[in-house]
Design a protein around this ligand. Structure first.
Ligand code: UD1
Length: 426
């Protein structure tokens, strides 16, 4: 684990009970793909409910380098102009910064038959291959070379519709094949497609642009390609961020209290909400979100991460933090990213009793955590450390806050507005 660096630090002390209302911003894991989709058709786009996070800034830099014109016309709205002057070469230094840079692959090869892209960066959960992205696009007629600098792809003429079956429902590969298939010649069927709500959001935007997609929300997507010239720009509102919603619920779970989480979509997080209820929380749907209460110590449960509609791997650090103060022992199994237990040693600094064995973490709940200095290793684990810090006795300092800023829109301000004792310094 890296040592703290000299940038902003989040400082929190024991808080609760929390109260008030918090509004969930748009989803990082959707907006970055929606931004990439604007490569597919010329025109002026407006994306609304765009979170104010650094991954959006990174994606903006990358897309501007490819030839788009992007302006934040207010805090939550992006205006994107595609005037048709696109260079399909993504500069290494920009593409390397975020995992979602890989999502320009589908639109660029689909529309222009040409792409050069650095191998994508993003959170370090261990190996994050893109073999399914490439083999799916190859089945449609693209050819790829992997060079020292990344991926170089080309296609002669339009890509052709194909039947593609994924060995695993990869989110990124589903999105890339979708974006290439909407402008391919003929019908593409993606079997064992990922079903995350963010994919539904991408399909909704592609349909507004003129794409023909059936099976949205199921694991079989059927895309009838249209000519690239018939696609058009659109106005689209980004779906709510279910992981940010889960974060505010986890804060109540650990600190106690009653809050309304506005714009949370219960239908997008059913399994997680069931798990939260199993632990003893009260979570009720209200007009525009969820009403969440917790007034007693949580009970431990076992949790396994799975592709949607299962419990997302992105929720897991929050669940591990909650189990760290729950009554009993919970076993958490990671089925997506073997390396995604690296934040455990940071939670241990707060006094958590956790042991890791391969894909499993055994979390023995303690009555209290104790404040300490910790380092955020990635976006979601960083947020889990903040939530744990709010529940820990004494003061907790969280360093490497830039990871949290990649995916959380004003986490500190939102938690402070709920009564959390939390500040950002620097
Ligand atoms: C997206 C999310 C990430 C989330 C993940 C799983 C974004 C920007 N990121 O990542 O927050 O944790 O979904 O819900 O939306 N795999 C392969 N070969 C491939 C593609 C994936 O082996 O070609 C493996 C990965 O290594 C991983 C698993 O499949 O073990 C899941 O990956 P995937 O669903 O593709 O996640 P991402 O799109 O990278």
């Amino acid at each position: 684990m890296s040592s703290p660096t000299s940038e902003s630090v989040i400082v929190c002390s024991q808080s609760g009970p929390l109260s008030g209302k918090v509004t969930v911003p748009g989803a990082k894991n959707s907006v970055l793909k929606l931004m990439a989709a604007t490569l597919l058709a010329d025109g002026v786009y407006e994306l609304r409910n765009v979170p104010d996070i650094t991954d959006v800034d990174y994606m903006t830099d990358l897309l501007v380098a490819l030839g788009l014109d992007i302006e934040r016309i207010d805090r939550y709205c992006l205006r994107i102009v595609n005037s048709g002057r696109i260079s399909p070469v993504a500069p290494f230094a920009l593409a390397d910064r975020i995992r979602a840079s890989v999502n320009v692959l589908g639109p660029l090869i689909g529309r222009f038959g040409d792409v050069q892209l650095a191998l994508p960066g993003g959170d370090d959960f261990g190996g994050r291959p893109i073999d399914m992205h490439l083999s799916g696009l190859e089945a449609m007629g693209a050819q790829f070379d992997i060079t020292e600098d990344g991926v170089v792809g080309r296609a002669t003429g339009r890509l052709k519709g194909a039947d593609i079956t994924f060995a695993f429902p990869s989110v990124g590969a589903t999105e890339n094949i979708l974006m290439a298939a909407v402008v391919a010649d003929g019908v593409t069927t993606i079997s064992n497609a990922a079903r995350e709500p963010e994919i539904g959001d991408l399909c909704a935007m592609l349909r507004s642009m003129g794409a023909h997609i059936d099976g949205v929300g199921t694991s079989t997507l059927v895309i009838r390609g249209v000519s690239p010239a018939s696609m058009q720009s659109c106005v689209h509102e980004v779906v709510s961020d279910r992981v940010q919603a889960a974060t505010y619920i986890a804060a109540v779970a650990m600190c106690g209290g009653d809050i309304d989480v506005l714009r949370a979509v219960p239908g997008h997080m059913e399994m997680l909400l069931t798990r939260y209820a199993d632990m003893g929380m009260s979570i009720l749907p209200i007009d525009d979100g969820l009403r969440v209460s917790c007034h007693q110590r949580l009970s431990s449960v076992d949790v396994a991460t799975l592709p949607y509609p299962g419990i997302a791997t992105d929720y897991k650090p929050l669940l591990v933090a909650m189990l760290a103060t729950a009554d009993g022992t919970g076993i958490v199994t990671e089925n997506l990213y073997p390396g995604r237990f690296r934040y455990i040693e940071e939670l241990q600094k707060l006094g958590a009793d956790i042991s890791v064995d391969g894909h499993h973490a055994v979390v023995r709940g303690r009555e209290h955590l104790v404040g300490a200095t910790v380092v955020a290793p990635d976006i979601r684990a960083g947020a889990a450390l903040v939530v744990a810090g709010l529940a820990a006795q004494g003061m907790t300092e969280i360093h490497d806050v830039h990871h949290i800023d990649r995916g959380y829109d004003n986490l500190v301000g939102r938690l402070a507005s709920l009564g959390g004792s939390i500040n950002r310094i620097g």
